[in-house]
Design a protein around this ligand. Structure first.
Ligand code: B12
Ligand code: SF4
Length: 464
């Protein structure tokens, strides 16, 4: 049984975005044929206690820790699984344990997986089934000795083509429940992994040592064909790095008669370098892009090692809009901002006509250069704060004022009447389409100062 946690305190709540747990479908694909797999999505499925009343205990429980911010909720899930099924082995895995050994204390667990989980999990399941004590392999360590998972030993997704297809049948019964922003229902799909750029706040390039890994066109088409729905959220770190391949893929999609709506991540400079690729993708279904605009000042962009400039952001937005492609642009809010900085960003969003603006507080996510250089300056050890809506750095404004300005920024952006190409017929603005959930998010944001006082002081694991 593979369990995806539910985080009731998440600001980006399940009512604002709830996507299929693609990582678990990949694991299901790796185990397919050899083991019976159940994915239990606690955002939709009943609590484990209720499930246990009418089901036999599983032989192995896998608990996902998808984000640093889910460390606490995943820890509770592991403890609940141990309480219900005391003799069943438990394995942890996900993005958080892949990039960090911190905040992993106190789980009820026997094994930890870091990196691509298919191979280590298959090994673990086979050994347990054969009644042997599993030996640690690359990416798999006993929970009590998780120091074995240092960064250089974590398996990288070396060859995406060799990964088994995700087993989407495992969540067929929830297909209509998953949505993201204006895409409802939505399916997640991955064409590539990794990124050759080196943004200071990003962990993704470090996970593949800056290598860019691609799936063959045929494999991508096979994965698309496996999906019934119309809306595809492509979770590549940067989908358009190889323009010739992307043109080939667009042609193949066209030739195969595939008619889908794609939401994809792209850098502004990548798009501008080959506008023809964007034009072609708009023809075959590119509906919206997510661009990391981050800032409209050269100074901040250079601090982030983003490698783009504000002029590129403007020109790229024009390119997308000219081709009817909606833009979700993310901007970084700096903890040291004062009122004028927030006002400046509000004006920028208005002026650029960003269809779906989003804002992240500069967050030192584990596994980033920013984290490594600022670890000792952080104002809290609470993993919940690593959600890009809270500050871990000291603010120049009083904390309360900082969070109020941030909430005002979101509220103002969502209240705009003429956002980019979505104006008129389709006024939905990113994930703010559920008004009451959005209001709740704003209320929690205004309470942000409370969050920054650690609720559960805890020592960091010495293995970090
Ligand atoms: C899609 C996505 C989302 C989607 C939804 C994801 C979902 N399914 O619910 C949305 C938009 C909702 C989202 C939200 C957030 N996200 Co997000 N998201 C992603 C993204 C782009 C892709 C995730 C994915 O599907 N990857 C593909 C799969 C196949 O890869 P994988 O996770 O590596 O899985 C493998 C291994 O980890 C392992 N594994 C995974 N789980 C398990 C479990 C077990 C038991 C085992 C053994 C192994 C195992 O095996 C898997 C298969 O090989 C990633 C970036 C990335 N490249 O991963 C960011 C990412 C995960 N998100 C991130 C963040 C910060 C967030 C937010 C906290 C912030 C925000 N404001 O957006 C929120 C949290 C929301 C919440 N409610 O808690 C960060 C996490 C960093 C961190 N240290 O926490 C990432 C890495 C992006 C980044 N900027 O660095 N996200
Ligand atoms: S933020 Fe985007 S462009 Fe920068 S390193 Fe990460 S994936 Fe690459």
């Amino acid at each position: 049984m593979l369990v995806w946690p539910r985080n009731e305190r998440a600001l980006l709540s399940d009512r604002l975005s709830c996507c299929e747990p693609l990582p678990l479908e990949y694991l299901g694909g790796a185990l397919r044929g050899d083991h019976d797999v159940t994915i239990h999505d606690l955002r939709i499925d009943p609590p484990l206690e209720q499930y246990a009343l009418s089901h036999e205990p599983p032989d192995l429980v896998g608990v996902a820790i998808p984000y640093t911010t889910s460390a606490h909720v995943s820890r509770e899930v592991s403890r609940e699984a141990r309480r219900l099924w005391p003799n069943v082995p438990i394995v942890l895995g996900g993005h958080h344990p892949t990039v960090s050994a911190e905040w992993l204390d106190g789980f009820a667990a026997d094994w930890v997986v870091a990196g691509e989980g298919g191979a280590p999990l298959s090994h673990l399941a086979a050994e347990l089934e054969a009644g042997r004590t599993p030996t640690p392999v690359l990416g798999l360590a006993p929970y009590d000795a998780r120091t074995g998972l240092e960064r250089d030993r974590r398996p990288k997704p070396a060859a995406l083509n060799n990964l088994p297809m995700p087993d989407r049948s495992l969540l067929a019964h929830h297909r209509q429940d998953y949505f993201h922003s204006i895409y409802r229902p939505v399916s997640l799909i991955r064409f590539t992994a990794g990124c050759p750029y080196t943004c200071k706040f990003c962990s993704l390039w470090r996970m593949t040592d800056r290598r860019y890994l691609v799936k063959d066109i045929d494999r991508v088409l096979a994965e698309i064909a496996d999906i019934d729905g119309q809306n595809l959220y492509v979770v590549d770190d940067e989908a358009f790095i190889q323009p010739a391949r992307m043109l080939e893929l667009a042609d193949a999609i066209d030739k195969a008669g595939v008619r889908k709506r794609f939401h994809m991540y792209v850098r502004t400079d990548t798009a501008l370098r080959r506008p023809d690729v964007i034009v072609r993708w708009a023809e075959v279904g590119l509906d919206s892009v997510l661009v990391g605009a981050e800032s409209m000042t050269d100074e901040e962009l250079s601090d982030y090692r983003k490698g783009t400039d504000p002029g590129q952001t403007r020109r790229a937005l024009d390119l997308f809009h000219a081709n009817g492609v909606k833009v979700r642009a993310n901007f970084i809010v700096q903890p040291n901002w004062v009122d004028e900085d927030f006002a400046r960003l509000s004006r920028t969003v208005e002026e650029l006509q960003v269809d779906m603006p989003s804002f992240s507080v500069l967050t030192p996510l584990p596994g980033t250069d920013l984290y490594d250089e600022s670890r000792s300056e952080l104002i809290s050890d609470n993993p919940e704060l690593f959600d890009c809506y809270h500050t871990l750095f000291p603010t120049r404004l009083p904390l309360e004022s900082f969070y109020h300005r941030l909430a005002d920024l979101l509220a103002g952006a969502s209240a705009r009447t003429t956002p980019g190409v979505t104006s008129g017929a389709d006024p939905s603005v990113f994930y703010y389409s559920d008004d009451s959930a959005f209001d709740e998010m704003l209320r929690s944001l205004r309470d942000g100062a409370d969050w920054s006082r650690p609720r559960e002081p805890e020592r960091l694991s010495s293995t970090g």
